[in-house]
Ligand binder design. Structure first.
Ligand code: GDP
Length: 488
């Protein structure tokens, strides 16, 4: 999967830094060398890689390690901050997973008297026409941020999804100005039909400048508020293409000129963005085929090389497969352990020292009981979704795919239900389920009470015991958070 290689390399490096108290130039020199190599292997532009490394170095060296976090976690956070800056974290609304943070400013196409115009440019095969259909759909509706929904609690998510869906509500006209590629016009017409957006075309004989102008006139006359112009692609950059694009731009004065680039081309996507920007001036890039197995160099390099932000990413061949680009999410994905970052940020705020110490003491003494387990689970959900927290755990992050995470989440839920069916005495004395003579009937009761099978109950109890032992061991080794994942 995309980024896996880079993520794994970085987590390997972080592991080697370990939990020491302070990072020095010497102690992270090797780590930085390894990260630099990983970045270059991922096809990140050389200059971008060096800037990133320099930044991580400056952020890490000489810093005291924050309480409750280990040096390797802090290193990851420095990496994250640098990646975020590099990809434009400063220029986009920061995503914290709530609806209000969907980057409304992604496109400069606010409601106005005149229709907003968006030009799409790109080389042939980059996915430009597909992106036109995707953007049309995006602008027409679909304001729900499904990633954020997935990260929400069940209740919050269902409330949002059953409420009236907020829409961008734009009335979009697609203009077919790619008159050179055979079938580009009919492809756009089919796409338009799929997403329910009108397509304006004048055939293949017309001049793209006329097509764009007439499309805008039609939009004005008929009340469309957004015109998306699919301009001509070419095999390679050539002067004719740039000239034509310049003329179209001059004619219709677009709010946005987006270059569609293919993520599979790695850092070439970044140089292409720079070249187009120098020649015609663009406002941003749409990075397509992020679902493919490219290594991530494009996502990291585009802004650093061209100075222009990535505004959207394409994640598949279908029209809904388009997402606004969130630098913070992308940085998390690249690191494969994004929630280390929020952990570092929240470590001080969420867990009071007294709480943490009491918990730690209990673990060391193996007195961790079901009551603590519940508290721990709540802490995990407070800190973010389970997936994020699990991913930060050394050695686990890389192995967890989404179905696995869902499975663990389901188990966690089952476990909680069983604990809720226990008496207070049982919660405080996990041994009652093992050594007590009525252990069996106790297990039966909590499984029935929570709608679980007897087998689930037995597994839960035995895994819980194992976990207690494991936790005290882990706690001694890492001095960090227990997983809170729980048994079964
Ligand atoms: P154009 O020449 O730039 O207009 O390219 P097209 O829009 O015709 O796309 C070229 C090919 O790339 C088509 O087969 C598309 O289905 C495919 N494609 C476009 N965007 C994506 C994407 O985000 N993911 C994947 N997997 N394929 C894509």
């Amino acid at each position: 999967m995309m980024f896996d290689q880079l993520s794994n390399a970085i987590s390997e490096v972080a592991k080697n830094i370990g939990g020491r108290q302070k990072m020095t130039e010497k102690s992270i020199a090797n780590a930085l060398k390894d990260v630099r190599r990983a970045l270059l292997d991922a096809d990140v532009n050389l200059g971008v890689a060096d800037t990133l490394i320099e930044g991580v170095k400056n952020r890490s060296i000489g810093q005291e390690v924050t309480k409750g976090v280990t040096a390797d976690q802090q290193f990851i956070k420095a990496m994250y901050d640098e990646l975020l800056d590099m990809m434009g974290g400063d220029s986009t609304v920061k995503n914290t997973g709530t609806m209000s943070n969907v980057p409304a400013a992604t496109l400069a196409v606010g409601k106005a008297e005149e229709p907003a115009v968006i030009l799409l440019a790109g080389l042939q095969g980059a996915g430009k026409t597909t992106a036109a259909g995707k953007l049309a759909l995006y602008l027409k509706e679909r304001e729900v941020d499904y990633d954020a929904v997935e990260a929400m609690g069940e209740e919050e998510a269902s409330k949002l999804l059953t409420s009236r869906m907020p829409t961008r509500n734009r009335k979009v006209l697609l203009a077919a100005a790619d008159v050179y590629r055979p079938a580009a016009i009919s492809q756009l017409e089919i796409l338009g039909e799929t997403v329910g957006v009108d397509v304006f075309s004048m055939g293949t004989e017309a001049d793209p400048v006329d097509i764009a102008r007439k499309a805008v006139e039609k939009a004005k006359a008929e009340g469309y508020d957004t015109v998306l112009v699919d301009t001509a692609g070419r095999q390679v950059i050539d002067e004719d293409l740039m000239d034509e694009l310049k003329r179209v731009k001059e004619e219709v004065q677009p709010q946005e000129t987006l270059l569609v680039v293919d993520a599979m081309t790695g850092q070439e996507a970044a140089s292409l963005t720079a070249a187009f920007d120098n020649a015609v001036g663009i406002t941003g890039a749409v990075l397509t085929k992020m679902d493919g197995d490219s290594r991530g160099g494009a996502a990291v390099s585009v802004r650093g090389v061209s100075g222009k932000p990535i505004k959207f990413v394409g994640t598949g061949e279908k029209t809904p497969d388009l997402e606004p680009f969130y630098p913070d999410r992308m940085a998390s994905r690249i690191l494969g352990m994004g929630d280390v970052v929020s952990l570092v940020e929240k470590a001080a705020a969420e867990v009071s020292d007294a709480d943490a110490e009491a918990m730690q003491k209990k673990m060391l003494e193996q007195k961790f009981d079901f009551e603590d387990f519940l508290k721990q689970s709540e802490l995990v959900s407070k800190m973010g979704n389970f997936a994020g927290v699990a991913k930060m755990l050394p050695g686990i992050g890389g192995q967890l795919d989404n179905s696995k995470i869902r499975e663990v989440e389901a188990r966690l839920k089952r476990s909680k239900a069983m604990i809720q069916s226990m008496t207070k005495k049982e919660r405080e004395n996990p041994d009652l389920f093992i050594t007590d003579k009525s252990a069996r009937s106790r297990v039966l009761r909590i499984t029935r009470g929570s709608g679980n099978s007897f087998e689930n109950g037995i597994n839960f109890i035995s895994e819980f015991q194992k976990m207690r032992t494991m936790m005290s061991r882990m706690q001694k080794q890492m001095g960090g958070m227990p997983d809170g994942v729980g048994p079964n």
